[in-house]
Design a protein around this ligand. Sequence first.
Ligand code: G4P
Length: 528
Amino acid sequence: MKLNQEINRRRTFGIISHPDAGKTTLTEKLLLFGGAIQEAGAVKNNKIKKGATSDFMEIERQRGISVATSVLGFEYKNIKINILDTPGHKDFAEDTFRTLTAVDSVIVVIDVAKGVEEQTEKLVEVCRMRKIPMIVFINKLDREGKDAFELLDEIEQKLNLHVTPLSFPIGMGYDFKGIYNTWEKNVNLFTGDPRKDIEETIEISDLKNPDLDQLIGESAAETLREELELTDGVYPEFNREDYVKGDLQPVFFGSALNNFGVRELLDCFVEIAPSPLPKMSDSREVKPTEDEFTGFVFKIHANMDPKHRDRLAFVKIVSGKFERNKPYLHVRHGKKLKFSSPNAFFAEKKQIVDEMFPGDIVGLHDTGNFKIGDTLTQGEELNYRGIPNFSPEHFRYINNADPMKSKQLNKGISQLMDEGVAQLFTLDLNGRKIIGTVGALQYEVIQYRLEHEYGAKCSYENINVHKACWIEPEDEKNDEFKEFKRVKSKYLARDKQNQMVFLADSVFSLQMTQQKYPSIKFHFTSEY
Ligand code: G4P
């Protein structure tokens, strides 16, 4: 009974956006509503302004000491909300994709002036394919921006979503008067005072009510009536079932900086957003209400604090109750582990707790047992799927720059790869190591961390690789595969799981190879 209650009152979600749309500001305002923080400015902005490594290191250092920013938990109206941090910077997109495997819904933030941007498109596509329920928040209404209808069109077309506005702006920018909330049927007037955390809303359940003309002026009231009539005709009526299935996305308008429209968003969110959902494993679907605990690692965070070198593995609880000091099966290693100090995450801090429930994220101290995607259970041998590796965009040889420290270097590389910082490929031919990454920034990060955390030094050397493809032969023993291995031996490598990978040096050579060996499948992700 208690398990059910705890599950029903949990909402675990991520906020996604292109950098600068207002994710950090919105997160902070949500925490203010939850009473989790007292003042603005408490949430560290973790974005990388100019793509500088020094920025990243500084952020990592701060985060290492306060890793709680990766998961922000708070309570609102007796609902336990967990916000999972998703980096907006494109070099860390993979981190975000992995985090999206642990959310039950998302809020998409869009800048009213810039509309749909590149990162929004990529991240929304992932959510759409996974059918993750999404709410859209159009931000910065205090500034001049695009027309509301134009934006809704753009969202439908570029993001391939079916939207329905649950609020509608009255004017914009200099002329911004407020928001009509169709969900709550009230008007919220904009005062531009960000310190006001409780907004005064005026109930207008019937749009014909002359009070509306009094409130916002006759001409604005007339425009609003026309516009709402139009939205009624064009957009489907909201229904929760479609939203939860990922087939309908409600839209809210507001200004995070001015704390305007945020309360409405949050109130609707806690009402409609799903509590933890069942999850597929390689053997069966697991329901959150099952008695036995299961969970999976979606993120590993290095502890940059030199006094505490261990890492923190972030585990999303899928089913049952997680208990401190109880032995759980690490399925990949086939051994039982006990955790004496599991962490729960609150707004600005982490804290050791005795029990946690589905939807929660538990932080486990780790000395190198975990890698991303690992499953923990009470004994059942099942694995959660859905955290594949994608072919990296950049490739470089990694060399040992201090022969006395080769052990440290190997350990460092291995652990950083388990954290998902980059991917390692070892050439069949000569055993040379190649690091593949999503962004160029990661190379500096790896170099810095190898030196500061493992005392090892490395250097890089260019290599001409266009894509890494995971190889699946129809039959390992057929002549075609034997010939492929012989002719292409120079281009064959192993990933960390010892899966065979073909490193194609150009689009052309990849196409030629595919044509020449039709019985072999070339995959662009490690899970096929
Ligand atoms: P991000 O996490 O999505 O990258 O965005 P963030 O919240 O950091 O917001 C990016 C910039 O947009 C910030 O300004 C922030 O103050 C501003 N902003 C957020 N919401 C609103 C809004 O509703 N209206 C207006 N006018 N601006 C908004 P900045 O100058 O880059 O940073 P800061 O110096 O103010 O922190």
